[in-house]
Design a protein around this ligand. Structure first.
Ligand SMILES: Nc1ncnc2c1ncn2[C@@H]1O[C@H](COP(=O)(O)OP(=O)(O)OP(=O)(O)O)[C@@H](O)[C@H]1O
Length: 274
């Protein structure tokens, strides 16, 4: 670990562990604030893809900070073996822990989806696509504000550049990514739509017993609203889901358009159940 990090922050207990990094709670005596410190052992990075992922994470977090719904980065320390990032401290449970097997009331789902879209709109305005939006990458601070994390797979699409390359996670990845074609930032809207579906229904819209079965289901993109799960869900919510989980990216809403949908304007309150 870097001496400069130890000189500036006091490290406390481990609060999380990822593929390459360990997260500790840490304290900055000068500001009297607690933070999270992610320490990555660079010797565990197997190839250039891993290294790129690491570079992306601090680069894009720095570019996008500060935003109320994006995990903020405060400090970076690096030596030959370790890269350490001092970031905003969040609660241990992710969105995944909140929604697993438990549908949320529309109002709560709308509050979460709205904050996630605010983070995506900010990121897209600055020309950055996250490309791996999933519940595990959605954290919350102690005041329950949503914080989008993990920009390791992010890519810059400014100046009309298209993106390529298969990145993402089976349930959440957009079909155009799996088709191996160029794609644009609307892949994030698709993933956010899938998260919203799971929050309301309690199950993913596209699933299978293996990664390849899930991919086949995503590629078919046959969006259904089984009545046993959607009986009490408002038509406005379903309308938004259809427009976010649209197979054709040119017909899919942008993140900004999604935020202006009537479902958000009513705060997820069913206005049309007459
Ligand atoms: N800022 C934070 N504040 C509090 N806990 C955090 C913070 N960031 C991450 N964690 C915790 O640490 C865990 C691991 O996070 P990390 O970002 O290293 O890995 P990951 O994204 O889950 O995995 P990987 O990037 O290796 O695929 C998270 O699931 C979360 O519980």
């Amino acid at each position: 670990m870097c001496e400069a990090l130890k000189n500036k922050y006091q490290l406390f207990e481990e609060i999380g562990r990822g593929q390459f990094g360990t997260i500790f709670r840490c304290f900055h005596p000068i500001s009297n604030e607690f933070y999270a410190c992610k320490i990555i052992d660079k010797r565990l990075l197997a190839d250039s893809t891993d290294r790129e992922c690491l570079e992306n994470e601090s680069k894009y977090m720095t570019l996008l900070s500060p935003h109320p719904n994006i995990v903020r980065i405060f400090d970076v320390f690096e030596n030959e073996d370790f890269l350490s990032m001092v970031i905003e401290l969040c609660e241990p449970n992710t969105l995944f822990d909140r929604i697993v097997n438990r549908p949320l009331p529309e109002r709560e789902a709308a509050s979460i989806a709205k904050q996630l879209l605010e983070a995506i709109v900010h990121s897209h305005r600055l020309g950055v696509a996250h490309r791996d939006i999933k519940p595990d990458n959605v954290l919350f601070d102690s005041r329950n504000n949503l914080k989008l994390a993990d920009f390791g797979s992010a890519e810059w699409f400014g100046d009309g550049r298209n993106m390529s390359g298969v990145v993402g996670t089976p349930y959440y990845v957009a079909p155009e990514v799996l088709m191996g074609r160029d794609y644009n930032e609307k892949v994030d809207v698709w993933s956010c739509g899938v998260i919203l579906y799971i929050m309301l229904a309690g199950i993913p819209p596209f699933y299978g017993d293996s990664a390849s079965e899930i991919f086949e289901s995503v590629l078919r993109a046959n969006l259904r609203f089984p009545s046993r799960l959607f009986r009490s869900i408002s038509p406005t919510a379903k309308d938004l889901l259809r427009k976010m989980i649209s197979r054709d990216p040119s017909r899919r809403l942008s993140a900004e358009q999604a935020l202006r949908h009537p479902w958000f304007l009513s705060g997820g309150v069913a206005t049309d159940q007459t």
